[in-house]
Design a protein around this ligand. Sequence first.
Ligand code: GDP
Length: 702
Amino acid sequence: MSIKLADIAEQLGLEVKELKEKILELGFEIAPRARVVDDDVAELVLDELGGENSDDAEPESEDVADVYDEMIAQEREREIVKSQRKKTAGRNDKKKSADKPKEVETVTSKSLEIGDSISVKEFSEKTGVNAAKVIGELMKNGILANINQQIDFETAQVIGDDLGIKLKRTRGAAQVEDFMSGNIDNLLQEDDKGDLEQRPPVVCVMGHVDHGKTKLLDAIRDANVVDGESGGITQHIGAYQVKKKGRLITFLDTPGHEAFTSMRARGAKVTDIAILVVAANEGVKPQTIEAINHAKEAGVPIIVAINKMDLPDSTPDKVKAELAEHGLQSEDWGGDTVMVPISALKGEGVDEILDMILLSADMLELKANPVREAVGTVVEAHLDTGLGPVATILVNTGTLKVMNNVIVGNTYGRIKMMCDHTGKALRIAPPATPVRIAGLNKTPKSGDILQVVKDEKTARSRAEEINLISKEKDFEQLSGMGKVLSGIKSDKILRLVVKADTKGSLEAIKQSLAKIKDEEVAIRVIHGGVGSVTKSDVMMASASNGLVLGFHVDYDSPHVKKTAEREGVEVKFYSVIYALIEEMKKLLTGLLDAEIIEVQLGRAQVKQVFLTKKKTMILGCKVLGGKVEDSAKIKVLRGQDAEGEDAVAGEGKIDSLRKGDDVVKEVTSGNDCGIRFMGDIAVEEGDILLVYKEEEKHRSIS
Ligand code: GDP
């Protein structure tokens, strides 16, 4: 349902023009000539601007953390909108106008595809609208611009609307393939680095079971909520944010590396920093090593929290020594890994962990563009009995807004509700904010990508396109060796997760694998451990497009085998090291680009040409030497070239071979044969057929 702008303006005691400006400031889109708005927008606007209706709106909960205080967020949003407008009106950045034109594509009819900005001159050229008229239209909208100035996409769109020209933004038109393979990189690309702003770091907590991951996540959350929020009901939506020194930090609150890995397995990149929790009384355990390897493989820096320092049997130095064995050297021992002794139980050292996170974040220079449409990643999702499909989205870049039309994985929708981990309703979510949203048509999967699109129609058609293609191509079907091969295609590294029955055999396998060397391809053991093949091993291989090797071990449970099948991960078991090594060599050999060599089989002379079709001929031949084989390739030799060599007149292949009335596989020297020849050349009587086959010669690895 729509509501007249005039009615809303009257309620608010504003002019319609003023109301439109306010609506734009609030971050909603509105056409300059619009007379009506959606009732949901109207409600939000009335609520925001203090109209009579605001009493009907849901009361705002008071008990909210200031980090989530909507006013701050909205203020920020207003600033963004304002600065964007200012930039547009006052821009005389010559460099920009020199850089940008490349983005513009040729226009056919009255539609134009542009990037984030376009110069007035180009706009005029591409649309065929007189530059003076464009400038005039800009002036009507309160923007003073000269012919060489850049106008941003939004402004261009407003002018375009007025002139009846459809504008499309080139950036952000996600490839269906990117969506399906979870490739978020293309979506996050920024043309104009000037729009990038610092964003909060996204942190996950990993480590061995019972070492205190959950306790630490709770301690961080509890100690860093502001007064008032503690009374609110904290919801576990998969992520939360805290504020430290006035800066936000986002935590993924599913402890352990499962969530991290399964998201990574789907191509999602959500974590910037990993906190590795190691209990000071127990030290490095198998899952500690797993966590280290997961983080290393994902290229995520680690901060170590040496936990349970309150226990009398804590031995932090021993922990440091053990970690050093796994490549994490403490800073106070001359290494570069930050290790903080803490007690999650008593809340000691937690502040220091947060400080260290901020320090690491500074070094990582984490940035995102808050003024573009949002791109996010699904952290978790489920079907809620009341709300329908709900999903926790971590905004990777851009600002997600209520009422945004979105595509998520292979579904779509319009964001009807958005709230934070305290259940407080939000209207906008800047980069690195985790929010729970409702309004999707289906429940997406964790790791799915969310992208804001212009309208519902676009969202629906994109989702349909994605569904259709996913059915046709079944991207997720890429499995087993196919997956391994595609994994190494990019960087020529075969990634292995090795599980063995004993530490001794694991070391022996690792050493033997290290000896396999080749210039083109390399083996990297991304994780090695003692024990059966677990779900975590499979997920790690999946995330890295690698292979799991088990030595004298089996699957941990039938469930793990199912996971491997579902994830398309190849798991191979061996009982002899030699066999394992040989097979890896063979595998690598197969990955080397094979050399194609021609193996000569024999020569035959054409005695008679029986039947000639366009590309097929029946030839009566006599084998002069060697042999002729079915399916072999043929070079037709006729006459001689300038150097006195047999000249190749054309090429083809043997489609079938007969000796007398019998269909045969080969005919030897001195015999007559009938050849069904396929090729591009009209073979003539007297021609010599050079018969050969092609063989792939693989280079071998020592
Ligand atoms: P997780 O499996 O890594 O998530 O471990 P939990 O956070 O569930 O903690 C496992 C157990 O260790 C619980 O009984 C916690 O109370 C306890 N624990 C966690 N941190 C500390 C700590 O700093 N000191 C002591 N003494 N116990 C802790």
